[in-house]
Design a protein around this ligand. Structure first.
Ligand code: DX5
Ligand code: ZN
Length: 216
């Protein structure tokens, strides 16, 4: 199966969101990666429900929503209403992760868990069978355009083993500093889905950048 590509709209031109959404619609991308930051869980604020609803109005592909927020539980229903198809919460932000995952699923969304660079794969041992997606952060969350942390490659291998051992169907997605070079190493290690922000939107030809990632 070919690599899933999820361009991050955090790096798009916010004065031309519709234009950039339509570019992704007509590209080889599979999903829209949408980064929600609250200025509490991460040291940056991005955007919230009105922007997601606006993207949803034009998007012809699923919305892969990455929540970098404290207390995600209280907003699960609102994200569903705004158009999220997949909802990923941070392991580090959820005291009752099992409950949060069931809550997401009960709203008909795919459920994902994101791990910060310092958070070990082993911690997913007792939840992996319930997950549709695991998002390995290869930068510290909060900003686009950061340098790739190489240890993420090892984590992808460890996660692929865990998924195999437990018979889970979870997909492995990686987020942060993804380009053709890091992307190739990640896919080789077992990643199924790549998020890319600056690599796509700073490219002279974003559609080509997406199709190059898709071929990895
Ligand atoms: C970082 C976000 C990423 C970001 C990736 O906190 O979760 O999705 O948009 O940007 P690049 O690809 O530029 O590292
Ligand atoms: Zn993200």
């Amino acid at each position: 199966m070919s690599t899933i590509v999820s361009p991050s709209i955090l790096s798009c031109d916010f004065a031309n969101v519709q234009r950039d959404v339509e570019m992704i619609n007509s590209s080889d991308a599979d999903w829209f990666h949408i980064d929600v930051m609250d200025g509490v869980f991460v040291p940056n604020i991005s955007f919230g429900f009105p922007v997601i609803s606006a993207v949803k109005k034009h998007a012809t592909k699923p919305l892969d929503v990455h929540l970098m927020i404290a207390n995600p539980d209280q907003y699960v229903e609102e994200f569903k209403k705004s158009g999220a198809d997949m909802l990923t919460v941070h392991y580090e932000a959820c005291t009752h992760l099992h409950r949060t995952i069931q809550n997401i699923k009960s709203h008909g969304m795919m459920a994902g868990v994101a791990l910060n660079p310092h958070t070990s794969i082993e911690l997913l041992d007792d939840i992996i069978e319930d997950l549709d997606l695991v998002l390995i952060m290869s930068v510290n969350p909060g900003f686009g355009g950061q340098k790739f942390i190489k240890n993420a490659i090892l984590k992808v291998e460890q996660l692929a083993n865990l998924i195999h051992r437990k018979g889970s169907r979870a997909k492995i997605e990686v987020d942060g500093g993804v380009n053709l070079e890091t992307g190739a190493l990640l896919v080789q290690a077992g990643a199924n889905a790549l998020v890319a922000g600056s690599f796509v939107f700073n490219a002279p030809d974003p559609m080509k950048a997406i199709s190059d990632l898709k071929k990895l």
